[in-house]
Design a protein around this ligand. Sequence first.
Ligand code: GRF
Length: 196
Amino acid sequence: MLNIAVLVSGSGSNLQAIIDSVEKGEINGKIVTVVSNKPGVYALERAKIHNIPSCVIESKGNLHFTSQLLKHLKENNVDLIVLAGFLCILKEEILNQYKNKIINVHPSLIPSFCGDGFYGLKVHEAALNYGVKVTGATVHFVNEVTDGGKIILQKAVEIKDGDTPQILQKRVMEQAEWIILPKAIKMICDNEIKED
Ligand code: GRF
C-alpha cells in the first residue's frame, strides 16, 4: 500500500476525484497528507471533510519552502507525490529524491499547450485561439522540464462551437482529468507502470 501526498493550490476537484476513488477501494494506497502552498483554498476543506491530514506550506516569499516540503514528505513516509492543480514548480532537490515518484495532471494533450506559462484557464484559451477541434488531459511523470516527463495516460475531449475557456475547462475536468488521474494512481499503486 503506497503512502500518497496530494499537493494542491486551489479548489481541489482533482483531489476530490482521488479521495472518491480511494474511498471506493479502487486505489491500493492511502492519502497520508494534503499539502497546499496557499492558505485558505477549498482543497483543504475537502481534506478536512474526509479526515485526511493537511497542512499549508506557503511558497510565496518563503526561502525554506523546498526544505520544509521535503521534511514533511519524509516525516509522512510518502511514496508517491500527486500534483493536483499545484501551481508551483518543484525544485531539483525534490525531483532528484522522488525520481519517477511524482505525477501531474495537465489539462491538454501534451505536447500541445503545455510548458511554462500554460496553466489553468490559459491552457484552454490557447486551445480555443488555435482552433483545435480536440483537446484533453494528460497525466505524466514530473521531471525538470515543465510538463516534459514521461506520459502515463491521456484522454481526448471534443471542443464544441461556442465553447468559452470556462466551459471547456469544466468539460476537460469532467470527461478527462477526474478519470485519468485516479486511474494513473491506481496503475502506479498496482505496479503496472514501467518507470524510465
Ligand atoms: C486543473 O485543470 C488541473 O489540470 C490544472 O489546474 C486545475 C486544478 O483544478 N493544473 P482543481 O484544483 O483540481 O479543482
